[in-house]
Design a protein around this ligand. Structure first.
Ligand SMILES: Cc1cc2nc3c(=O)[nH]c(=O)nc-3n(C[C@H](O)[C@H](O)[C@H](O)COP(=O)(O)OP(=O)(O)OC[C@H]3O[C@@H](n4cnc5c(N)ncnc54)[C@H](O)[C@@H]3O)c2cc1C
Length: 594
């Protein structure tokens, strides 16, 4: 049976997408907007209002804010109704994550509780475990966290040394070991802990704070997100009832990695919130701050930064909510009362693991770019703690490190797609082979002038997709099963794939926006899309050259480079003046609003 590729994760590389089928931030319903309003009010009244206290780690303040979020229903969005939750769609869940992430340290606290601290039970718990813990996690009566990392095992999480041994009477597992960098660990009531049964079978356990032998180390002194709790968790002969084994014995890796997948899409969207707040602060500051007798926002170089930051946010926002829509599309037909509903949900999310990793990497790198430019726009004041730019800069840096470092995610992006292709779930390699044949033929000259909105840009996007296929295909042919060892090649391919998704997501959203509002109204969105695409094609060309040169030589390489040149050729547009227009739009608004 032929595969409907449009319903598969990663299909954006080989299928064309109808703009009307894509979910965009302009599609939020009244109900979703109401939730956003609750989150926005909560952010201002609780999180930002208490920032000085949380940054100083005043005892009880952060946990109090988390519990307040529980009272408002913000912790129960992803919890099934059957267990006291709201079980809302992923778009709402992401929207709330985006908004509360403007709180920096609170974003980590919130994510550790609602995501990695709660979802393992949602997806892998038995009915008894769900009944016992989920209603309390959903309301914030108890706080959750996730303990995977150890001093000797971070990225290589399966090398954990913590162990679990079954007691003689078979009633308990006795846990011993130390976990490092545990978010919420200082005040959590429930720990999702990974340990190896008999030192061999990597498994997952639900551990309560009050179990004898559980203790937390001192708070780490961190670069940023200072208001969040990050501690060591010490397990000293902790007797964990056998019924608290989560999922199957020896299958802890399924929980660890699947939960991180979910965490990644939320982290990506959270980065948008952080970037918007920093952007808004910077644009307001640039209008207020005068040098040489004029606001610094009137200088071309400042405008350049404003336009680039806004385009970056726009692209990540477009790809994130497109992914939210894809997830909702695959998850909404699942019967929530079916006995295997959690399993099906997990499988649905797994379909889009590549997109989730893309969001994590693109979101965190866009955020770091934005906060760095924001510090620059504040000048010396950007370096002074009294001004917000300094905190934005410090708080953002962690996003590239946790939930799988960006290096690990860069390897996963092509790796997961290639695995899918090898399994026959996505006809990527066939498409790559066909493309190689096409590229070797003499091109037919197309002299026609393209007409229509973003038509020329679409050609570039289609070419970037072809480049992604070409480089992936060539790399697989050259290195076969040893491709994993070629991290430079994988990193470049990951970047090309990510940009294909980003450029296309922005274009689809902009077309939809222009169709709804008219081209004139959508002008800034059109400009940002064009800016991003023209800025990125040059980078794609460089990455592709590197990959091809690492995979081929002599005549073969020369032939491929000729083909690549055809794919990356374009007539430049006046991006410099376009940036000024984009910047003027946001300078007038003093905030990121498309
Ligand atoms: C503030 C904070 C909060 C955290 N919260 C939690 C939490 O709640 N729960 C939890 O379990 N953990 C948590 N962590 C841990 C976090 O997930 C790890 O720090 C992260 O996974 C990286 O592991 P590591 O620090 O051991 O770095 P390492 O794994 O030692 O990595 C060091 C560098 O080597 C690179 N590297 C590693 N392996 C490879 C490879 N195969 N190929 C290429 N490059 C590689 C990495 O990308 C990185 O740049 C937190 C960390 C911090 C700082």
């Amino acid at each position: 049976m032929a595969i409907d590729v449009t319903k598969r994760g990663g299909s954006f590389l080989i299928a064309e997408t109808d703009p009307n089928s894509v979910f965009t931030p302009e599609d939020f319903t009244e109900e979703q907007k109401m939730f956003a309003k609750t989150a926005e009010d909560f952010l201002h009244n609780e999180v930002l209002a208490n920032l000085a206290k949380t940054e100083a780690q005043e005892a009880g303040v952060m946990v109090g804010i988390l519990k307040k979020a529980g009272e408002l229903g913000l912790l129960m969005i992803d919890v099934p109704e059957k267990y006291g939750g709201l079980e809302l769609d992923k778009a709402t869940s992401m929207l709330v994550s985006e908004i509360v992430s403007k709180g920096g340290a609170f974003a980590s606290t919130f994510g550790a509780h609602t995501g990695i601290g709660t979802l393992p039970i949602v997806f892998f718990g038995t009915d008894e475990q769900k009944q016992k813990y989920l209603p309390k996690l959903a309301t914030g009566e108890i706080v959750g966290c996730y303990a995977l990392t150890e001093a000797g095992s971070g990225s290589d999480a399966l090398a954990a040394k913590a162990r679990a041994d079954l007691s003689k009477d078979g009633k308990h597992y006795v846990l011993n070991g130390e976990k490092t960098f545990i978010t919420n660990g200082g005040f959590a009531d429930l720990f999702i802990v990974f340990a190896k049964i008999n030192g061999e079978e990597f498994s997952c356990f639900i551990v309560e704070k009050d179990f004898e032998g559980v203790s937390a180390g001192a708070e780490e002194k961190k670069m940023g997100i200072k208001g969040s709790s990050t501690v060591q968790l010490i397990l000293d002969n902790v007797k964990v009832p056998v019924e608290n084994l989560l999922g199957e014995k020896g299958k802890g890796h399924r929980i660890a990695f699947n939960i991180l997948n979910v965490g990644r899409f939320k982290l990506g969207v959270g980065c948008i919130g952080g970037a918007k707040l920093a952007f808004d602060d910077a644009v307001k500051y640039a209008n207020e701050r005068h040098q040489f007798g004029v606001p610094i926002s009137s200088f071309g170089m400042m405008k350049n930064k404003i336009a680039n930051m806004a385009s970056g946010i726009y692209v990540v926002e477009s790809m994130s909510y497109r992914t939210a829509g894809l997830l909702d599309e695959i998850l909404s037909p699942i019967d929530k009362n079916a006995p295997d509903a959690s399993k099906q949900t997990m499988k649905g999310i797994e379909e889009y693991v590549t997109e989730c990793s893309i969001m994590k990497v693109k979101g965190s790198e866009m955020l770091d770019y934005v906060v760095d430019e924001v510090v620059q726009m504040y000048g010396g004041y950007g370096y002074i703690a009294e001004y917000p730019a300094e905190r934005h800069y410090r708080d953002s840096r962690i996003a590239r490190i946790y939930e799988g470092t960006n290096e690990i995610n860069r390897m996963l992006i092509p790796g997961m797609l290639i695995r899918k292709a090898m399994k026959g779930d996505l006809p990527l390699l066939e498409a790559a082979k066909k493309l190689q044949g096409e590229l070797l033929e003499m091109p037919t000259l197309d002299e026609s002038e393209p007409e229509g909105l973003l038509v020329e840009e679409n050609k570039l996007i289609l070419n970037v997709k072809k480049i992604a296929l070409l480089t992936t295909g060539v790399a697989v042919q050259k290195y076969m099963t040893k491709l994993e060892e070629q991290q430079g090649v994988l990193g470049d391919i990951a970047d090309i794939i990510m940009e294909a998704y980003g450029m296309e997501s922005a274009r689809l959203r902009t077309l939809k926006l222009a169709a709804a509002k008219g081209e004139e109204e959508a002008k800034t969105a059109v400009d940002m899309t064009r800016l991003y695409i023209y800025d990125t094609v040059g980078k794609v060309d460089l990455w592709a050259r590197e990959v091809l040169a690492a995979c081929a030589e002599g005549d073969e390489l020369r032939t491929m480079l000729v083909a690549l040149r055809r794919l990356t050729r374009y007539t430049p547009i006046d991006t410099l003046h376009m940036r000024l227009d984009v910047a003027d739009y946001f300078i007038a608004k003093e905030k990121y609003e498309v």
